[in-house]
Write a protein that binds this ligand. Structure first.
Ligand code: URA
Length: 240
């Protein structure tokens, strides 16, 4: 695990950089040169400002959210995304990285790493998300250019540029992929309404570097690999 990943839950990026510059991050007594240096706290003694670095205790789950469940920690009327977790994998600090509507399915990351989520969901992080969309009408060939310039909502809000790939278009029903780096409330549904069609099915198939493997059944989940956790840190670095 990288030093910045190890320290992310207890120190801000600025604090880590300052400690590094002052030679206050030690690995087996030697000052670390880079925050990207890999360390293993089982094998090495890592200290920051004289204190042992905290052992990482965070959890990360990649869930295939089914339709019908809400992205909330509790709900009076509906099952929540956390009901999919086995009781041994649940803890009260878990929360979802972003929100999918009740009728949206797809990839959702759950974690108890608070600072990570805060940074990743910040509008400046611009994490790209891809959705598979079915709409109730035609998607004309001029639409990708319109999405690329930024769809404008009725209230005048101009969306960031997004990438629309039309997979199939007919008068009654069309399919497309849309990739965007924004996450406003009902964003995708509103974008398609702005061009005159209604979303009838929505599924998130990618979030940053994470792709939904269609063999993961609805409601099933898996832990992130060490490499995938590293990819999360990478997103944060690129957004700085
Ligand atoms: N956009 C929407 O409209 N709904 C979602 O659930 C996600 C993105």
């Amino acid at each position: 695990m990288r030093i910045d990943q190890l320290l992310a839950s207890s120190y801000s990026r600025k604090e880590m950089k300052q400690a590094l510059a002052k030679g206050q991050i030690l690995v087996n007594g030697q000052a670390a040169c880079k925050l990207s240096q890999n360390v293993d706290t089982n094998l090495q003694m890592v200290t920051i400002q004289g204190q042992p670095a905290p052992a990482s205790k965070h959890h990360y789950w990649l869930l295939h959210k089914p339709r019908g469940v809400v992205t909330a920690n509790r709900d009076a009327h509906h099952a929540t995304v956390f009901d999919s977790l086995a009781s041994c994998d649940w803890n009260p600090d878990l929360y979802a990285l972003g929100r999918l509507d009740r009728d949206t399915s797809g990839l959702l990351l759950l974690t108890d790493n608070g600072p990570l989520g805060y940074q990743l969901l910040h509008p400046d992080a611009h994490v790209s998300k891809t959705y598979q969309v079915v709409v109730n009408g035609p998607l004309h060939s001029d639409l990708p250019a319109l999405f690329a310039t930024g769809i404008i909502f009725e209230n005048g809000y101009q969306c960031r540029p997004s990438q629309l790939t039309i997979l199939e278009s007919s008068a009654k029903q069309s399919r497309a992929l849309i990739e965007l780096a924004e996450g406003k409330f009902h964003q995708v549904k509103k974008m398609f309404l702005a061009v005159g069609v209604k979303v009838i099915s929505l599924s998130r198939v990618q979030f940053g570097p994470f792709k939904l493997n269609q063999t993961l059944p609805y409601g099933a989940y898996r832990g992130l690999t060490a490499q995938e956790k590293q990819a999360l840190i990478q997103i944060l670095e690129e957004s700085r």
